[in-house]
Design a protein around this ligand. Structure first.
Ligand code: 13P
Length: 248
């Protein structure tokens, strides 16, 4: 059986002092969960989060973006090695907010995914359609194209180090969650596509977009949905804990 993964994406929220407080509070609340818990924090919080969780096997830390180049004149960017130098484990790649506001394309996402894997970072690769694309009946075609391009050139070994997140753009931060049937349909299509590409589909595929304690269980117990990538509801330990412990 595939593992369940609950990942938080703090986006541009939380200072180091908030981070330490969050880790202290979440730690005892998720200690007994058999689900993998990942928190993707701002760069300035990474050191603090990793320092706190270093000896805690059930809390994993990730970044939210990185550049694909190793070093150079890229003002304001962060390299894979900078992330590994602070023992960062995961990195979100291709979040729709990066694609929408910072011009990321499937080509740059693919370069980033390869660079992350080369440096021993585990990418959480995000895909998802806009409302327009969904209404035109193109959701599955859109995510299949993204998956094919974003994972181009990866090996079967690489597949065991990645996580995929399906985040329909219209469901992010809107309070509008995809129905469990809609999310399952697209995630199953992504799994079929992964199998076609790698002759293997053993990869966690998460749902993201207005996940909250009230809908976590119905989503995460669908056959192909292996957990969630959680934005707003990952900022408060007592709320996030309920999502991590959806199966209790
Ligand atoms: P919300 O959970 O706030 O809708 O955000 C989802 C998301 O973008 C996680 O990466």
């Amino acid at each position: 059986m595939r593992r369940k993964v609950i990942a938080g994406n703090w986006k541009m929220n939380m200072l180091p002092s908030d981070t330490i407080k969050f880790m202290e509070e979440i730690d005892p609340l998720v200690k007994d969960s058999k689900n993998e818990v990942i928190l993707c924090v701002p760069f300035t919080d990474l050191f603090y989060a990793i320092n706190y969780t270093r000896d805690i096997p059930y809390l994993h830390i990730g970044a939210q973006n990185m550049h694909y180049e190793e070093s150079g004149a890229f003002t304001g960017e962060i390299s894979p090695e900078m992330l590994t130098s602070v023992e960062c484990e995961y990195v979100i790649i291709g979040h729709s907010e990066r694609r929408q506001y910072f011009n990321e394309t499937d080509e740059s996402v693919n370069l980033k995914v390869k660079a992350a894997l080369k440096h021993g970072l585990k990418p959480i690769v995000c895909v998802g359609e806009t409302l327009e694309q969904r209404e035109a009946g193109n959701a599955i075609q859109v995510v299949n194209t993204q998956i094919t391009k974003d994972l181009d050139g990866l090996t079967l070994d690489d597949l065991s180090n990645i996580i995929i997140a399906y985040e329909p753009i219209w469901a992010i931060g809107t309070g509008k969650t995809a129905t469990k049937e809609d999310a399952e349909e697209v995630i199953k299509a992504i799994r079929d596509m992964v199998r076609e590409l790698f002759s293997n589909d053993d990869v966690p595929i998460l749902y993201g977009g207005s996940v909250k304690p009230e809908n976590a269980k119905e989503l995460f117990t669908m056959p192909n949905i292996d957990g969630g990538l959680v934005g707003g509801a990952s900022l408060k330990p007592d709320v996030f804990e309920k999502i991590v412990n959806f199966d209790k």
